[in-house]
Write a protein that binds this ligand. Structure first.
Ligand SMILES: NC(=O)c1ccc[n+]([C@@H]2O[C@H](COP(=O)([O-])OP(=O)(O)OC[C@H]3O[C@@H](n4cnc5c(N)ncnc54)[C@H](O)[C@@H]3O)[C@@H](O)[C@H]2O)c1
Length: 316
């Protein structure tokens, strides 16, 4: 990897810290901008002694701070991952999440426009309309904003792509499918794998929202991070939207069985937002494979074990 100066917003979060790790491994210089609202210094502890790494605690809503950072570091690439990712929060507090996710994205785009900084926008599979296509969801599949979270991501995508069309700013939009792995939060509406695994280790029943027939295409976080870094650094992805996922979906019922291994009971509880549920999510990642030579490497069974081992180490 060529030596580059890069900004990662949300780099103290779950996926962000793995992206930062990959960029540093590749010889890059990385600044993380994170307000630690859901991220943590603990997630990036292992990078803090690296002279190529800088952490800045601050918000993407602080346009002045962003301006100062861009002036000081002349970033070549901005990986924009910072967002409020909790769907229920977006339903309960749309104004707050709109500010964070849409206005925050606009602030970064403006800074990138002024300096022609390459921009990667981290969207999500949660923008897609339901699909029952066995070949999986491709990037041309219809979108449907079933939650403000999804709507704000679609807005961010549209803003980013408009900067490509209107100003020639090199942008890439990525839509990772549900991602899991070490460092994911297991509280509240955290990732389903983290929540289930924690409850199993505590000997508590696994609680499934609704009937559990909804499916998820679960991608291990190291696969997600390699996809994001490749997509953000390749010339071939400029102006493009790209999916990434495992290419295999499981129902939440199946996932609960795989994690519980019969050791804790599985219970169904009423869904907190059935209206914002997407019943089937299966990724078709052919475009990322063809453009980047990327494909997922970690099988779900192995990834689930990795999460459990990591969580056991945290509680020792
Ligand atoms: N987890 C998934 O399954 C998944 C799937 C697809 C896309 N994504 C996207 O990936 C990105 C990272 O998600 P994650 O799962 O790592 O969540 P996360 O909550 O761990 O990471 C988000 C990070 O952004 C930071 N942040 C939030 N608002 C900020 C602000 N105003 N200024 C600075 N920092 C701020 C948080 O402190 C946190 O560190 C998000 O954009 C999310 O939408 C996640």
């Amino acid at each position: 990897m060529k030596k580059r100066n890069m900004l990662v917003t949300g780099g103290a979060g779950f996926i962000g810290r793995w992206v930062v790790g990959k960029l540093l491994e590749g010889g890059g210089t990385v600044t993380v901008l994170d307000d630690l609202s859901t991220g943590s210094r603990k997630n990036i502890l292992e990078f803090e002694s690296n002279p190529e790494f800088t952490f800045v605690e601050g918000s993407i809503l602080d346009a002045r701070l962003i301006e100062d950072l861009f002036n000081a570091h002349a970033y070549e690439v901005c990986f924009h991952l910072a967002a409020n990712i909790v769907v229920q929060d977006s339903i309960d507090h749309p104004r707050k999440v709109f500010q964070n996710d849409v206005v925050g994205t606009f602030n970064l785009l403006e800074a990138c426009r002024a300096r022609k900084t390459r921009f990667l926008f981290m969207s999500t599979c949660m923008v897609y309309e339901r699909s029952s296509d066995w070949a999986g969801i491709t990037e041309t599949h219809a979108t449907k904003p079933v939650s403000p979270y999804g709507a704000f991501k679609i807005a961010g995508e549209a803003m980013a792509l408009s900067y490509w069309h209107a100003y020639g700013l090199p942008v890439t939009v990525v839509r990772p499918f549900n991602t899991y792995g070490p460092y994911q939060r297991a509280d509240g509406e955290g990732g389903v794998v983290a929540v289930f695994t924690k409850r199993k280790l505590e000997g508590k029943p696994l609680l499934i929202y609704g009937d559990g027939t909804q499916t998820r295409d679960l991608m291990e976080v190291t696969d997600c991070a390699s996809f994001v870094t490749l997509a953000g650094l390749s010339e071939k992805t400029v102006g493009e939207v790209l999916n990434a996922g495992a290419g295999r979906d499981v129902t939440i019922n199946q996932l609960a069985e795989m994690i519980s291994e019969g050791r804790v009971p599985i219970e169904h509880v009423p869904h907190i937002h059935p209206q914002s549920e997407i019943p089937k999510l299966l990724c078709n990642y052919n475009k990322a494979r063809d453009l980047l030579g990327w494909k997922p490497k970690v099988k779900l069974e192995k990834g689930l074990k990795r999460v459990e081992e990591w969580m056991r180490r945290q509680t020792r």
